[in-house]
Ligand binder design. Structure first.
Ligand code: HEM
Length: 311
């Protein structure tokens, strides 16, 4: 947090305040409470994410055959470990990264690169995890793509890849007009959150399937509720609570990253026009400077969506 102390940061951010008129609390107290609540939720989400990764490792390495790349069970085990680590935990971090108050002073392009980078890491780990399970199925002559888990899971991975591609093309490269960015942003935000929820639901299906498949022969069965089932059911609960916390934090409008370029925007917005082809302005450099922000200023709904930007 370069050159900015927490109290100043907090007081500069109405987003961290929950004091209303007549609430009886000073605005400073309320802001600090808002900040503490944010930090508590963020810290809990991080701890739960790390716990989920640990539980997946305990499951595969202690109760199952460990990790390896041999076409056997150890190769399959990369599937849950990498899905939980990459597709759930890292994706959760990517979603939440714009909300961290100490990054608000960072250049927006840097934040976009971090967001895109984390999502790309999550995608890469998900693809490796799929290679592991397909390879395992082929080696063991088990049919592919027969379960609901596999249908929803593969669709989620493909859509996630598409989401990253569109996000990079539209929001990271400087070619897309502001009107296109503004139009795509709400879809990007909605589909990002929807996919995140879908991936957690897919993991729950996969976990249940795997427990039913593997706790069969020899005894104990899943219905005997052995230790392994307790550990893995707990993993499922942790994933749900992790998802709830990430989605809660990211959908609170008052914890969003403040709009940038506000003062420049106010100077320039009067000289702008906006048509189907995007922004029209005599001073091209100001269009470049304000880009996305101007479109948001013209449409508060887009501004709201844009502030939730995950890209
Ligand atoms: C969270 C994201 C996940 C996605 C996107 C996903 C996706 C997939 C896909 C596409 C397949 C089909 C592979 C094939 O047919 O050869 C598959 C298989 C499988 N996955 Fe997952 N998976 C996820 C998480 C998990 C987790 C956490 C487990 C827990 C062990 C798991 C357990 C299984 C099992 C047992 C299979 C083989 C049976 C079947 O095809 O349904 N998956 N997964």
């Amino acid at each position: 947090m370069r050159g900015r102390s927490w109290p100043r940061l907090v007081s500069a951010c109405p987003c961290l305040s929950s004091a209303g008129p007549g609430s009886g609390r000073t605005s400073g107290q309320a802001r600090m409470e808002g900040l503490l609540l944010f930090l508590a939720l963020l810290g809990s989400a991080l701890l739960l994410g790390l716990a989920a990764v640990s539980f997946s490792l305990v499951w595969t390495c202690y109760y199952r055959e460990g990790l390896g790349w041999d076409g056997g069970a150890p190769e399959f085990n990369w599937h849950p470990v990498l899905m939980v680590t990459g597709f759930i935990f890292v994706q959760g971090l990517a979603i939440i990264v714009y909300r961290l108050p100490w990054t608000w002073k960072c250049n927006k392009l840097l934040m976009k690169l971090i967001h895109a980078g984390l999502n790309s890491i999550a995608f890469t780990l998900a693809v490796i995890s799929l290679v592991a399970v397909f390879d395992f199925h082929n080696a063991k002559k088990i049919p592919n793509m027969y379960s609901l888990h596999s249908w929803i899971g593969l669709t989620a991975v493909i859509l996630y890849g598409l989401q990253i591609f569109v996000g990079i093309a539209v929001f990271l490269f400087p070619f897309a007009p502001a009107s296109l960015r503004a139009a795509i942003m709400p879809i990007h935000v909605y589909s990002g959150l929807f996919l995140f929820g879908t991936v957690i639901a897919t993991a729950l299906m996969g976990i249940t399937e795997k427990l039913i498949f593997s706790l069969r022969i020899p005894e104990p069965r899943y219905s005997d509720f052995p230790d392994e089932a307790l550990v893995v059911n707990t993993l499922g609960v942790i994933l749900v609570v992790f998802g709830v916390l990430v989605l809660w934090v990211v959908t609170r409008a008052h914890w969003k990253r403040p709009a940038e370029n506000t003062s420049k925007l106010q100077q320039n917005v009067g000289r702008l026009d906006y048509n189907e082809e995007g922004l029209v302005m005599a001073d091209e450099s100001a269009v470049e400077a304000n880009g996305e922000a101007v479109a948001r200023k013209r449409n508060p709904i887009l501004d709201e969506a844009g502030q939730r930007s995950t890209m």
